[in-house]
Ligand binder design. Structure first.
Ligand SMILES: *[C@@H]1O[C@H](CO)[C@@H](O)[C@H](O)[C@H]1NC(C)=O
Ligand SMILES: *[C@@H]1O[C@H](CO)[C@@H](O)[C@H](O)[C@H]1NC(C)=O
Ligand SMILES: *[C@@H]1O[C@H](CO)[C@@H](O)[C@H](O)[C@H]1NC(C)=O
Ligand SMILES: *[C@@H]1O[C@H](CO)[C@@H](O)[C@H](O)[C@H]1NC(C)=O
Ligand SMILES: *[C@@H]1O[C@H](CO)[C@@H](O)[C@H](O)[C@H]1NC(C)=O
Ligand SMILES: CC(=O)N[C@H]1CO[C@H](CO)[C@@H](O)[C@@H]1O
Length: 557
């Protein structure tokens, strides 16, 4: 046992490392999906050689994939003098050939992985994996580099330190070099984004506009529309685009873009919101896991395309025989598995649900970041089910088995922790709850009083097509509520209020006060109202963050 190992284990024993919580993407056991077979010699994807090679290398190592570590920040402070050179050559260590590493792929023989020029023994680590060891076993004997290139959120000093604590040696320079060529960065060809977006994550790309920009216009301009990607953006040529349609057990059909266009063209207006919108506020209650979204993971746009119900009708779907409509995207994870999600068939087949296979956004061809050439828009439903770069529709008895449907985007009790969470016990989020946010002014702003009043603007929205019937705003902690003026989509039919409502209100303020606290809450047409605080709706993934929005602003004297 190396010195680092010893320290590591001693710390563990003293519980200074609170059980290394490893969250591993519950990858489905690899379907016999050769990427070849599924994506027809990758013809839609530029750089097919590199891409396939990357996937091939990655496929052998996916198990270790995607873990994030839960620990106290200071855990590794015990040796700050030690400059951790993760993945670099350690002259005092044994050299292993890749062949040797490859042999260590079982509990009995030990489980080794490589990163850069480092060799790591993760045998004990695998045991601590709450999701079971079977997934991690798929990583055994291979390199984790390609995976970390795809999920670059592993690129933190804490995770590097943890990895280095399991270091047992180095691989030869030649071996390391020969494998470098395999390391194609799957993010090398991402689209150019507008500088005004605040980036919450680079790889995969996640960004939102500033709140004040958001409420400037009813329709969110495409460059400012939030982006929540889960994987690298696929590059698809329109002439190569195909959409696979399947009814479980029977029909299979492939449409190209032209064939899709034979269905009637429809336009709807809908807001799309990320399940983690406003997570940064919930994270103040307790630590949670997720991208730190402010209030901007939402946008309102028009979506033009064909109705899913028309396509399903044409396919001859018997809606009583099935329960779900699954979607897959052309965006692939390191094992070649696509992004996936599903919605209930009742929603998919209902003409009044307005589910659209969209190819235009705000009257323009869909942009690459928003799903070119085709994405699903499921109005009133969490963004995660609005699958981009749509490659397949599968009518099934089952929900999508993807990680994003089964092991993510679910709500839990505030007392549920990463130690006792059972993702099977919660349903996947579909329709979103009522929510509002103050966008202008923003928290900590200094603002001017005009005629004894301050002006406050924001948005409100509810899932399932429920209309916003009122937004209440207070600046005396609820003693007096002021009803805001709403701007809404007047064309929307009852039960089909897919777009957001913008609101504004003038609040009388006491000239002598230097600071005011403003709260906003919305009420929807089912009289659902936002909860007062985040304390009792906290959940470990930081989803459904719809408590009153509360900000403090300074008044210009
Ligand atoms: C900290 O790192 C230094 C330099 O690598 C090493 O000499 C020392 O033994 C380490 N201390 C502990 C407690 O591991
Ligand atoms: C390195 O590349 C070789 C040849 O491409 C491959 O067989 C081997 O699995 C790779 N090793 C690692 C650790 O990725
Ligand atoms: C990891 O982070 C460092 C510094 O933050 C950066 O230089 C490096 O390119 C990153 N690596 C990857 C694979 O993203
Ligand atoms: C959302 O955008 C659409 C399209 O421009 C617009 O017609 C609608 O009024 C907007 N809704 C609100 C409430 O701003
Ligand atoms: C459709 O879904 C079912 C159930 O998840 C699955 O077994 C089947 O392979 C899927 N079909 C296609 C074509 O993906
Ligand atoms: C390529 C290389 O220098 N590898 C080194 C890894 O560590 C062993 C043990 O010290 C050295 O012998 C190797 O030279």
């Amino acid at each position: 046992m190396s010195l680092r190992w010893k320290i590591f284990w001693e710390m563990r024993q003293r519980s200074q490392i609170p059980s290394l919580q490893v969250m591993v993407r519950n990858y489905n056991t690899c379907k016999e999906c050769s990427t070849e077979k599924k994506y027809g010699s990758s013809k839609n994807i530029k750089n097919p050689m590199l891409y396939t090679t990357c996937i091939a290398v990655a496929a052998s190592v996916l198990g270790i994939s995607y873990y994030t570590l839960k620990y106290k920040r200071n855990v590794y402070a015990f040796n700050t003098t030690q400059n951790i050179k993760y993945g670099q050559l350690q002259k005092d260590m044994k050299t292993f050939t890749l062949e040797e590493v490859g042999k260590h792929d079982s509990k009995e023989k030990g489980i080794w992985v490589t990163f850069g020029q480092g060799v790591y023994d993760i045998t004990e680590f695998v045991d601590k994996h709450p999701g079971g060891s079977s997934k991690i076993m798929m990583a055994a004997g291979g390199s984790i580099d390609p995976f970390w290139m795809m999920f670059a959120n592993h690129n933190t000093s804490e995770i590097h330190s943890l990895l280095e604590s399991m270091r047992i040696g180095n691989i030869s320079e030649e071996d390391a070099k020969s494998n470098k060529s395999n390391l194609y960065d799957p993010y090398a060809n991402e689209p150019v984004r507008h500088k005004a977006l605040k980036i919450n994550g680079n790889k995969p790309f996640c960004a939102e506009p500033s709140p004040s920009l958001l409420v400037e216009s009813f329709l969110t301009p495409v460059p400012f529309f939030y982006v929540r990607n889960h994987l690298p953006v696929p590059e698809i040529e329109l002439k190569d685009y195909t959409l696979e349609l399947a009814i479980e057990g029977t029909t299979k059909k492939t449409l190209d873009f032209k064939a899709l266009n034979k269905y009637e063209k429809r336009t709807i207006t809908a807001a799309v919101m990320c399940g983690g919108n406003r997570r940064s506020e919930m994270s103040k209650v307790k630590q949670l896991k997720g991208i730190n979204w402010n209030v901007g993971a939402v946008g309102n746009a028009t979506w033009t395309g064909v109705r899913l119900c028309d396509v399903l009708k044409d396919l001859g779907v018997n809606e009583d025989a099935f329960n779900h409509v699954q979607f897959e995207g052309y965006d692939l994870d390191p094992s070649g598995m696509p992004y996936g999600a599903s919605i209930p068939i009742s929603k998919a087949i209902d003409p009044r649900a307005d589910v659209i296979l969209a190819y235009e956004m705000n009257g323009e061809t869909l942009s690459q970041d928003h799903g070119f050439p085709v994405r699903v828009i499921v109005p009133g439903v969490v963004g995660a089910r609005n699958v981009k770069w749509l490659s397949k529709i599968n009518i099934s008895k089952e929900e999508s088995q993807s990680q994003w449907q089964q092991g993510d985007y679910k709500g839990f009790s505030p007392s549920t922790t990463w130690n006792n969470v059972d993702f099977n016990k919660s349903p996947a989020i579909q329709e979103m709850p009522v929510v509002s946010a103050i966008c202008d002014p923003q928290d900590t702003d200094t603002i001017e009083i005009k005629n004894g009043k301050i002006q406050v603007k924001g948005y409100a929205w509810s899932g399932g097509g429920r209309k916003i019937i009122r937004v209440d705003v207070t600046n005396d902690k609820g003693k007096t509520w002021h009803t805001a003026d709403l701007t809404e989509d007047l064309q929307a039919n009852e039960g089909r209020h897919w777009s957001w409502s913008l609101w504004n209100v003038e609040l009388p303020v006491d000239k002598k006060s230097r600071e005011v606290e403003i709260w906003a809450k919305a009420v929807d047409s089912s009289y659902n109202v936002q909860p007062e605080s985040f304390n009792n709706i906290y959940n470990i993934r930081g989803l459904l963050c719809n408590a009153y929005h509360k900000i403090k602003v300074q008044l210009k004297q």
